[in-house]
Structures are given as C-alpha cells and as structure tokens.
Design a protein around this ligand. Structure first.
Ligand code: HEM
Length: 345
C-alpha cells in the first residue's frame, strides 16, 4: 500500500505516534529531515534527533536531507537563529512546528486569503497591437471619456454693445457725437442764453412765463369811491334810475349814423356808442369804467364794436349796459323810409 494510505490508517486508529525526544541539539550543519517513526507517525528529526510535528500526524516518507517544507498548511517553520541571539549552543537551523490551525479541506482559518489572477491579465501583451487585442477581448469594462464638444445653445448670443468706432469723427460727418460742443453748454437743455441770470438778480425768482409778463402794461385806473363794479351793478338794476337820458317810458329809437355822431358827450349831450348794432348811452358808466373815462370816450358818437373787441372782448357789455340801451343803429335810408311810413300812419 502507498505510505499515504498507511498514514491515514494510522490516524484513524489514533495511535500515539508523536513523542518529544530528549532536547539535545544537533550539529549546526546537520540537515533536518522528516522521517517516519515507529507506530506509523511522522516526526521531524534534525541531525539524528527527531521533533514531533504536533497536530500533523502525517507520515511523510522522505529521505531528502534538506527539509522539504513547501506549504504553510503543514504548519512547520524553520528558523535559523544566529549565535548571538541564541542562548543555546545550537547553531543549526531548527525546525519548529507552527500552531496555526490546519484545515485539511484545503483552506486555512484566519489566514490571509490568496488571490489568483486570470491569465489574460497576468500575461502582459507583448506589443501595442497585442495590448489592443487584449483590451478588446478583455471582460474588464473600459471607461473612455466622450469627446469634449463645446455646448450648443439654442438662444442667440446677446447683442453686442455699440462700437465706438461708429461714433468716431469722419470726414463725411464732422458733427460727431463725441465731438465737443461748439457753443457754451447750458444748464438746462431747453434754455437759451436769453434766460440766463443777470448779475444782481435773485435766483429765487420764478421762471419767466407768458402769464406773469404781459405784452402790454395795465391801463386800469383808480376808480373813485362808490364807483366799483358792484356799485354799477346796484345802480343799473335800480328801477327808478334813468340811465338812458331820454326820459321815463321813452321808446327805443332808430339811431342813424348822423344822429350817433352828434352824441359825443360834449356840449351837454350824452355820449352814445354803437356795439353790435345797438346804441347805448355810456355817459352814466363813465365814472365806473375801469379803464378810465378818456378810454371809454374814444368810442363815443360812432360804432365802437371793433375797438371794444380789440381791448376786452371777454367783457359782457350787453348785461352791464342793458339799462343804457337807446335803440337800434339803422342806415340813413332805412331811417328815412321808416320815418315816411310813420308819417303816413
Ligand atoms: C369802446 C370803448 C372802450 C374802450 C376804448 C375801453 C378801454 C378799456 C381799457 C384800456 C381798459 C383797461 C384794460 C386793462 O388794462 O386791463 C378797460 C377795462 C375795462 N373795461 Fe373798457 N373800454 C371800452 C368800453 C367799455 C364798455 C362799453 C364797457 C362795459 C360796459 C367796458 C368795461 C370794462 C371793464 C369791465 C374793464 C376791466 C377789465 C378787466 O378788469 O380785465 N369797457 N377798458
């Protein structure tokens, strides 16, 4: 039978085969061997001495003088202490058993696991082409970055600022925006030199406007006491006042231009004027006229419609002079015919 079978049989029989021999150091040059002992157990003998392999129990039949220990699973380590470190006179390598647990199933408990690489990875490619083939055939995922492309934007680019070159003066357009103004700059864009402040004037004065500076100076006069517009309104509406100068209950007259020309306000006669086809006696109103009596007498004895409209067309003369109405202004021919008709009646 093979020796290995015998060893297994000895293990099954649990025969006490490993015994500690007396501690006698072998010579330094003696090789350590593993030899079979009596009883079917194995022991390590160094230079004629045998050291039992604890927990091994494997009968090894090897006569090689060199210790043949190739696997850590066997649990045997060989140490070669130097002479200084070793208190013992032993100088030869000593084989000691390692108490590491041995699992005969093929793996060790608590040992560092071993890793094996696949041949495709272990064997390096010999050339660049072989490397490419290996990369192509390898199952290891390869990561390749996509080509970097500039981002494409759907929005249009922002508008560019205006170029200053367009504002630069050119021979064709000498009046450039960048050119200095030719005239003196004004503090306000719509103010000219005529509104510039004169020396000595106040800066707090209001700005000139059309309403505060009329084209003509005022011609109003200071009226005598009791001759205000309100006093005239009270006198004109008095029922017993005779403002026409014709007597109480006199009819309205047809006034011809010749008749009108004789009523000028002089030589004890009242002043008549025609306004809008009607003839008014303006003599009672003379001291109440804000523009003065001489101004009002400019229209006496004639048609004053045009003159009145040139000065104050906003004045309501019809209401103010209603109690001063003489009659209608008529032509000479019309007055003659109407007189003939009245004579016939
Ligand atoms: C047709 C001849 C007349 C002339 C030439 C004349 C002339 C004037 C003048 C120069 C002024 C001063 C204007 C100013 O400085 O603001 C004035 C004011 C006035 N006149 Fe006459 N006037 C005439 C007839 C009348 C009549 C017939 C009335 C009314 C019955 C009248 C009523 C007034 C009044 C109320 C004012 C004051 C106006 C105001 O305060 O704005 N005027 N007039």
């Amino acid at each position: 039978r093979p020796p290995l079978i015998d060893t297994l049989i000895a293990l099954c029989r649990r025969s006490p085969s490993i015994q500690q021999p007396p501690s006698t150091r072998p010579p330094s040059s003696a090789p350590a061997t593993v030899e079979e002992t009596e009883g079917g157990s194995s022991a390590i003998s160094v230079a004629g001495q045998s050291a039992p392999v604890r927990r091994a129990g494997v009968k090894v039949e090897d006569r090689n003088p060199v210790p043949k220990i190739s696997s850590p699973e066997v649990g045997i380590a060989i140490t070669t202490p130097s002479d200084a470190d070793a208190p013992s006179p032993q100088t030869t390598p000593k084989a000691t058993a390692v108490t590491a647990p041995i699992n005969w199933s093929g793996s060790t408990n608590g040992a560092i696991p071993s890793f094996s690489l696949s041949p495709s990875i272990v064997d390096p490619p010999a050339s660049a082409s072989a490397l490419a083939r290996a990369m192509a055939s390898s199952t290891i995922p390869t990561f390749s970055a996509p080509p970097i492309t500039p981002p494409t934007m759907s929005m249009p680019p922002p508008p560019r600022p205006p170029k200053l070159n367009n504002l630069a003066p050119s021979p064709k357009s000498p009046s450039s925006l960048l050119a200095a103004p030719q005239t003196r700059p004004s503090p306000l864009p719509n103010r000219g030199a005529q509104y510039d402040r004169q020396p000595g004037t106040s800066t707090l004065a209001p700005p000139p406007t059309h309403s505060s500076k009329p084209s003509k100076p005022s011609q109003k006069v200071t009226l005598e006491p009791g001759h205000s517009p309100l006093d005239w309104a009270r006198l004109a509406n008095h029922p017993t006042a005779d403002l026409r100068g014709l007597g109480a209950g006199a009819a309205y007259l047809r006034v011809t231009p010749s008749m009108l020309r004789r009523q000028t306000g002089r030589r004890g006669k009242d002043a008549w004027t025609a306004l809008g086809g009607r003839v008014y006696n303006i003599s009672p109103y003379l001291p109440f006229h804000p523009g003065g009596e001489p101004e009002l007498l400019r229209a006496a004895g004639r048609d004053g419609t045009k003159l009145f409209g040139e000065i104050h067309p906003w004045v309501n003369y019809e209401t103010m002079l209603s109690s001063c109405l003489i009659g209608l202004l008529v032509d000479e021919a019309e007055a003659q015919s109407s007189g003939d008709m009245e004579a016939m009646d």
